[in-house]
Design a protein around this ligand. Structure first.
Ligand SMILES: Nc1ncnc2c1ncn2[C@@H]1O[C@H](COP(=O)(O)OP(=O)(O)OP(=O)(O)O)[C@@H](O)[C@H]1O
Ligand SMILES: [Mg+2]
Length: 461
């Protein structure tokens, strides 16, 4: 889902806020409700006062009652009255019996007390006769809700504060936990741990933060491959340079000591041009690896390009036959002339190098529906199956003894062997052109050799 994190945060905040207000209201009204009744002990005390008053009135008379009332009023700092209300109905009207049965002058002890009134309410306790009423303004000490201010403070400030702290903490953890993991992964990566990845622990979430961590992982993949490739390239390059450098030093020594100087000078020229080629190829490879370059595209007539390459190869390897099979009419594709030529030339040279003299190398151009296919088929020894992918790696060469179906009359020209950069370069060049390359052995009883397939799009863009 797009913007998943947004929806998650929205639901946490929206649902959280609604629950938060509902909870505060519930707790506040419940607490207030439970605080609005006179304590049971006080109710019993008030009833006892009424009973005492009733007893004194009937046993000792009104004078004694008056003295007792004054004493209680003083003790409780309130007023008391014992009253017998007389109701005068005027204009021939009547109060209903139901009303009369519940009629009181003050508030019943069981009723709820309004906590926000400043005046204490008057409590009404009837005598046994049901007519005489003991009225007392509720003494201050018996007033319920004395802690109302503190409770209000807790409910309106402390509780919301705590709940909001909790929601903020949950949100913070929810967002920060993956960010912290990402930060940790970034730190470890910057310290050189190229294997560290961030998204493994976040696969459950599937939100924007997961996307962020998989972007980090992609970046980490790319950078670590780059760094590892560069290190490898540097290590291989310095290793490869060691032998020609040693030979160069020997040649310099010979020149210095005037020993076979002519030969030594030729060796110097040969080794330095070899090294030049090696360094040029290695730098081009490094450039392809690091820059992922966008090649300058142009209209390339692939048929005449192949014709020129094949003619050149035939000239160079005159004891082989190089055959080109392709459509008669010109075929233009949107590609990069130089990169394409270099890649195809490299493969043709490899093929001819491994094909015995007098045999044939065939280059065939096929037009497929979505791409062009160039097949380069030699009659050499082929490549052991396990190396068919390895040969496209930089500095990979098959040791003499490992070469498939190897025969002594193997190749042409010289003992000269390359540095193992040709196919690696060709692969990167073809990839940069939006194509692909792979190799396969020819598995026929009468025929051996290697077939290299290059697939090219008609238009790179
Ligand atoms: N047509 C082929 N037949 C048999 N083996 C091959 C063929 N092409 C390549 N190989 C093997 O693959 C290895 C890598 O080839 P690649 O072109 O990358 O390097 P190279 O030819 O040895 O040197 P470079 O091309 O840098 O001068 C070769 O050393 C060779 O062992
Ligand atoms: Mg080569």
């Amino acid at each position: 889902m797009k913007n998943r994190l947004l929806w998650k945060l929205f639901s946490i905040i929206a649902v959280g806020t609604v629950i938060f207000f509902w909870l505060i209201d519930l707790v506040a009204s419940h607490t207030e409700e439970s605080m609005s009744y006179i304590d049971l002990g006080y109710r019993a005390e008030l009833r006892a006062y009424a009973k005492d008053a009733e007893h004194i009135l009937y046993e000792e008379g009104e004078e004694a009652l008056s003295l007792w009332v004054k004493e209680i009023e003083e003790k409780e700092d309130t007023w008391i009255a014992i009253s017998r209300p007389v109701i005068n109905n005027l204009a021939d009207t009547q109060l209903s019996d139901a009303y009369l049965s519940t009629f009181t002058l003050g508030r019943d002890l069981e009723w709820k007390i309004h906590l926000y009134f400043s005046e204490n309410p008057t409590m009404d306790i009837p005598f046994d006769d049901g007519v005489t009423r003991f009225l007392i303004q509720l003494p201050q000490r018996m007033r319920p809700g004395k802690n109302l201010f503190i409770i209000d403070l807790l409910l309106q400030i402390a509780l919301p504060f705590l709940i909001l702290c909790l929601i903020t903490f949950i949100l913070y953890r929810y967002v920060m936990k993956p960010l912290k993991r990402l930060e940790k992964a970034t730190r470890r990566f910057s310290e050189g741990d190229f294997n560290v990845r961030a998204s493994e622990s976040l696969t459950q979430r599937k939100d924007e933060l997961t996307r962020l961590s998989s972007t980090f992982d992609n970046m980490a993949d790319r950078i670590s491959t780059l760094i590892i490739d560069q290190r490898q390239l540097l290590a291989d390059l310095s290793h490869e340079l060691r032998t020609p450098l040693t030979r160069l030093n020997i040649a310099v020594d010979c020149v210095e000591q005037d020993l076979d100087s002519q030969n030594a000078l030729e060796r110097l020229r040969y080794e330095s041009s070899n090294m030049q080629g090696l360094i040029d190829d290695a730098l081009t490879l490094a450039w392809f690896n690091t820059e992922s370059p966008k090649l300058i595209l142009e209209k390339v007539d692939i048929t005449s390009l192949l014709q020129i390459i094949v003619d050149d190869a035939q000239y160079e390897f005159s004891q082989h036959t190089v055959v080109l099979k392709q459509p008669d009419q010109a075929l233009f594709i949107n590609s990069a002339h130089q990169a394409l030529t270099a890649a195809v030339e490299n493969i043709i040279r490899n093929g001819l190098f491994h094909t015995p003299k007098g045999k044939t190398l065939t280059v065939e151009l096929k037009q497929e529906s979505h791409h062009l296919l160039i097949e380069i088929k030699d009659q050499g020894c082929g490549v052991p199956e396990e190396y068919l992918e390895e040969i496209f790696k930089p500095f990979f060469r098959i040791k003499q003894g490992d070469q498939k179906n190897q025969t002594d009359e193997r190749s042409v020209s010289s003992q000269k062997s390359g540095y193992g950069l040709g196919l690696a370069l060709a692969k990167r060049q073809i990839l940069a052109l939006g194509g692909s390359i792979h190799a396969k052995n020819i598995e026929k009883e009468t025929e051996t050799g290697l077939m290299v397939f290059i697939e090219l799009p008609y238009d790179v863009s």
